[in-house]
Design a binder for this molecule. Sequence first.
Ligand code: NAP
Length: 269
Amino acid sequence: MIFDTNTSVYAVFGDPVSHSLSPVMHNRAFESTGYKGVYLAFGVKNIKNALISVITLGIKGASITIPHKMEVMKYLDKADDVALQIGAVNTIINIDGCLKGYNSDGLGAVKALSEKTVIKGKNIAIIGAGGAARAVGFCIMKEGGRITVINRSTEKGERLAGDLSSDFRPLNDIGKMKFDILINTTPVGMTPHTDVMPIERRYIEKGMVVMDIVYNPLKTRLLKEAKMAGCVTIDGVSMFVHQGAFQFELWTGIKAPVDVMKNAVMNAL
Ligand code: NAP
């Protein structure tokens, strides 16, 4: 693709950002739809200054990643209701110098789940109570899922459960409950510690839907064990691609080429 003065620039701001798969995913999407855009990664320590650059340079939109998802909210002109409820922004759009924030993480998780199962009325365990759990939890709650937050530290787990008006249980209690859907939102099982999983194997029951939002490796130990136990499994790439599809559609107004984006991420992995 030829870049010229009509090319729209998009970015990801994070620290670190070198491992991000967003550039490969969005650039393939721009290419395949013929949209004149380019997406670049910037290692950013000061998010306020990065947003000044967005306005100064006319960058059309950006993904915001660790550790800036909460702090960035202070410097935006507006944020949509989902982002406000979650308390974090991972997507911004620049409309004539006005910056509006969104959160596509939870929407991506709901899309990934909905491809394989119904959410409404299901008993859903969310393991973890960090930023991703918060985004996933709020969006699942909106879809009518019955959530239990399960977390290592009680304080953080109880706080998220309170915000979601759901129950909290410590990790050790997981064997005492029955769930239709189990979602790991902790980094447990991520490269290089691929031999560990967030719960013991005996708590994975046939017929459950098990989703892991970790996508490196693609097949985590949790997903491998769940598959062997006869569960439906959903990997973290599905959520990642669907949250990226939301960003693409917000920025371009064009339907996202989800399969192209997924292939780009799989090849990069
Ligand atoms: P975070 O805010 O740091 O939260 C991490 C959570 O995991 C905390 O609740 C923490 O429990 C728990 N945890 C961490 N290590 C643990 C361990 N060894 N045993 C048990 N619990 C542990 O992180 P985050 O931003 O939510 O991200 C979590 C993961 O999601 C990362 O791997 C990230 O790459 C992934 N992610 C994927 C996508 C996607 O699109 N697929 C999107 C966003 C994030 P405590 O409260 O006890 O500390």
